[in-house]
Design a protein around this ligand. Structure first.
Ligand code: GLN
Length: 547
């Protein structure tokens, strides 16, 4: 078992998750079973209760954990399902140590940060390696070296070299090298300070990855090597690239994989990175271009929709198309003119998931506009719920129909709390989460999307659902329920999982979040079909315009 530890210096948001994932892809491309673990030094137990505006998207794993968005990067780059245990937070570590203390596991001892907290951290890293049968585990320590809250984690990973042996451990430090345009200089001082700080807690990095706007020249790398005691050929640059899928390629090209092989005593292998090469090639020279409007409320913080953007890109790659996302703030959609302006020239409309009443009427209008104008529509989770609300109000004649999430007194609660949610008092980790199966109705758009499969599984994160009491009336008015939850030991029998409109080129709503399962090598079927529909719509629009 081998462990690679990735720390970050100078500033946050360097893209440590991408570098960690890319290293994973490079090793995975050599045939190793690789897993990755993200350490988040905050006290929350998980990311589920944090604002997407601050922390970006909450990623959901198959086993229903609400995690940091880096877990999504790991899944996409490693092409493997990860789990709750792949994201460790300070909160989790302290909670289990305190529970053990109450149980009497540490009877007669004084429970301390060292060794009890650090042991708990090490235990979590090791048990992940065992349980996921990983040959190499990459551990990314969130935050920046020098943060008070990451100290116990740094101490734990420092000790792991002693426990596991020098030959089985590797420390990689990612830092920022600012480039000053006015003087045309790369500045290494922040890197020197950051490595000095890392050394002050006992960790000497083996490899350094410099984040920079542009490729850092050899003499600057030499300087970094000189001042940090790292070999010159162990200093790499992760410079800005057009597409994140290029990062594994540029790091491999610089010899990162080879260096890791040497340091960890692995057999030299020629890696297979074809997936990344193909993806980048398609992205660089697409045959088509489509414009997809994403109508949501976190549009000023695209990280809040990270997996969604990736899934759209994957759907694009499959269709040899570049997907341009047009961000539409749903709070700006009050009138018909607003809608025309916002959606003029777009080839498809997507309404993503979300919570809370703010912006909800704008989302309903976006769904209505897509339905009436025959524009391809994909509604994800809340995006499906607003499509149902819109249909109920404007087609089925159910005046003021709504979700009880937004209007508890609506005369027509077409979207309502799931029965098992009525008892729920705590908000953390209590939604319907993770993988749930869906039965696909034959002869529907959904069935074509999933290529005739009758049972599929997607990830979920929601509290509300289509109210079963309204299903008959909605169907009577023409809504097609194309996916339902199969009966599971009497629970959740027949919950609506997907809806569509028969007389529309492509109008699909899903209660799940298929974006979480989408990967460059395994694009999500609803996204592939959605982009194909956008291309059809574009062709038709052009044809009409020219005739
Ligand atoms: N707020 C809605 C619910 O809880 C939708 C959730 C979502 O879009 N993820 O059901």
């Amino acid at each position: 078992m081998r462990y690679i530890f990735v720390t970050g210096g100078v500033v946050s948001s360097l893209g440590k998750g991408i570098v960690t994932s890319s290293l994973g892809a490079i090793l995975r491309g050599r045939g190793y079973r690789v897993s990755a673990l993200k350490i988040d030094p905050y006290v929350n137990l998980d990311a589920g209760t944090m604002r997407p505006y601050e922390h970006g998207e909450v990623f959901v794993t198959a086993d229903g954990a609400e995690t940091d968005l880096d877990i999504g990067h790991y899944e996409r780059f490693l092409d493997r399902d990860l789990a709750r245990m792949n994201n460790v937070t300070t909160g989790q570590v302290y909670l289990s140590v305190i529970q053990k203390e109450r149980r009497g596991d540490y009877l007669s001892q004084t429970v301390q940060v060292i060794p009890h907290i650090t042991d708990e951290i090490k235990e979590r890293i090791r048990s992940l390696a065992h349980e996921q049968a990983a040959e190499i585990v990459i551990v990314e320590v969130g935050g920046t070296v020098g943060d008070i809250e990451s100290l116990p984690f740094l101490e734990a990973i420092r000790q792991m070299r002693f426990d596991e042996g020098v030959e089985n451990t590797l420390y990689i430090h990612l830092t920022l090298v600012p480039y000053l345009k006015t003087s045309g200089e790369f500045k290494t001082k922040p890197t020197q300070h950051s490595v000095a700080m890392l050394r002050s807690v006992g960790i000497q990095p083996d490899l350094i990855v410099l984040r920079s706007e542009r490729d850092v020249p050899q003499e600057v790398r030499r300087k970094v090597a000189l001042f940090t005691n790292v070999e010159v050929d162990a200093v790499f640059t992760s410079y800005d690239v057009g597409f994140i899928y290029e990062v594994p390629l540029i790091l491999e090209e610089q010899g990162l994989g080879k260096k890791v092989e040497t340091k960890l005593g692995l057999e030299p292998v020629i890696p297979n990175l074809g997936v990344w090469r193909d993806a980048v090639e398609t992205l660089r020279s697409p045959e088509h271009r489509v414009r997809v409007a994403v109508a949501g409320k976190y549009v000023k913080m695209p990280d809040a929709y990270l997996s969604l953007m990736e899934a759209l890109r994957h759907g694009g790659i499959k269709n040899k198309a570049d997907v341009e996302i047009v961000w539409v703030d749903v709070e700006d959609l009050a009138t018909h003119e607003d809608l025309e302006r916002a959606f003029s020239g777009v080839d498809a409309i997507l309404v993503p998931g979300g919570f809370g009443v703010r912006g909800i009427e704008g989302k309903v209008r976006a769904a209505q506009y897509a339905r009436e104008q025959g524009i391809p529509y994909l509604g994800i989770c809340l995006g499906m719920q607003v499509a149902v609300i819109e249909f109920a109000r404007n087609v089925a004649g159910l005046e003021r129909a709504n979700s009880t999430e937004f209007d508890p007194y609506t005369p027509h609660p077409v979207i309502d709390l799931m029965p098992e949610q009525l008892e729920v008092k705590e908000l953390g980790g209590t939604m319907r989460l993770g993988d749930w199966p869906m039965r696909v109705r034959e002869g529907t758009l959904l069935s074509r999307v999933y290529e005739g499969k009758s049972l599929v599984s997607e990830r979920h994160r929601h509290r509300y659902e289509v109210n079963p009491a309204y299903v008959e009336r909605l169907e009577g008015a023409g809504l097609v329920i194309s996916g339902v939850t199969p009966g599971l030991q009497g629970r959740g029998e027949g919950l609506v999982e997907a809806i569509e409109l028969p007389d529309h080129p492509f109008f699909l709503g899903v209660q799940s979040h298929p974006e979480f399962k989408s990967r460059p090598m395994r694009p999500s079927p609803p996204f592939v079909s959605f982009i194909a529909a956008a291309l059809d719509f574009q062709r038709q629009r052009r044809f009409l315009a020219s005739s």
